[in-house]
Design a protein around this ligand. Structure first.
Ligand SMILES: [Zn+2]
Length: 164
C-alpha cells in the first residue's frame, strides 16, 4: 500500500471556512473513499472501522495518544506465507470489513519505520491537515506552501509591519 493512502485518510477532516469538515461522515462518501482505496464492500462495519482508525491515527500522529492504541485495528489480523512464482509473499488475513483499515495501519507502521518523524501535522494551528515531509532537509512545516505556508508568511510580515 502506498504512503499516500495514509496521508489521504489523515486529511479527510480539513478545515473549510473555519470549520472542520468530515469528508467520511456521509456513508456514500465513506464508501466512495473505501472503493477508491481498494475496499468498499464491507458496509457499515467497514465504514466504522475506517473512521475509528482515522481518529486513532490522527491522535497518534498529533502525539496525543500512544501508538499502541492502533492495536485495536489489528485484532484478529494476521499474515500467512505463500510461495508463488516470484518467491515468498505474505498475504494478510483479517475480518473482511477490517482488512483495508488494518492495511492502512500496517502502511502507517512501515512508513513510520522507514521515515521516522516525517509524517506530521501542519504547523498552521488553524489547519487540520497532515504532511509527509520528503525533503532532504526535513524542514517542511506546512501541508501546502501555497495555502498555509504563504498565509503564515503574510501574517508574520503584517505583524512585523505593525510592530515597526
Ligand atoms: Zn496546513
Amino acid at each position: 500500500m502506498e504512503d499516500s493512502v495514509v496521508v489521504d485518510l489523515l486529511n479527510t477532516t480539513p478545515v473549510v471556512d473555519g470549520r472542520t469538515v468530515d469528508r467520511l461522515a456521509d456513508d456514500a462518501a465513506a464508501d466512495a473513499w473505501l472503493t477508491a482505496h481498494g475496499g468498499g464492500t464491507g458496509g457499515a462495519g467497514e465504514r466504522a472501522a475506517l473512521r475509528s482508525v482515522r481518529r486513532d491515527l490522527q491522535a497518534v500522529v498529533r502525539g496525543q495518544r500512544p501508538a499502541t492504541i492502533l492495536n485495536a485495528a489489528l485484532a484478529d489480523v494476521g499474515q500467512h506465507p505463500v510461495i508463488d512464482g516470484d518467491g515468498l509473499r505474505w498475504d494478510l488475513y483479517a475480518p473482511p470489513e477490517r482488512a483495508l483499515p488494518a492495511r492502512i495501519v500496517l502502511a502507517w507502521a512501515a512508513l513510520s519505520a522507514r521515515m521516522p518523524g516525517r509524517l506530521r501535522p501542519c504547523a498552521n494551528d488553524e489547519c487540520d491537515l497532515f504532511l509527509l515531509d520528503r525533503s532532504r532537509s526535513n524542514t517542511a512545516r506546512w501541508c501546502s506552501m501555497t495555502t498555509c505556508g504563504n498565509r503564515l508568511k503574510a501574517r508574520r510580515h503584517q505583524a512585523r509591519r505593525t510592530d515597526a
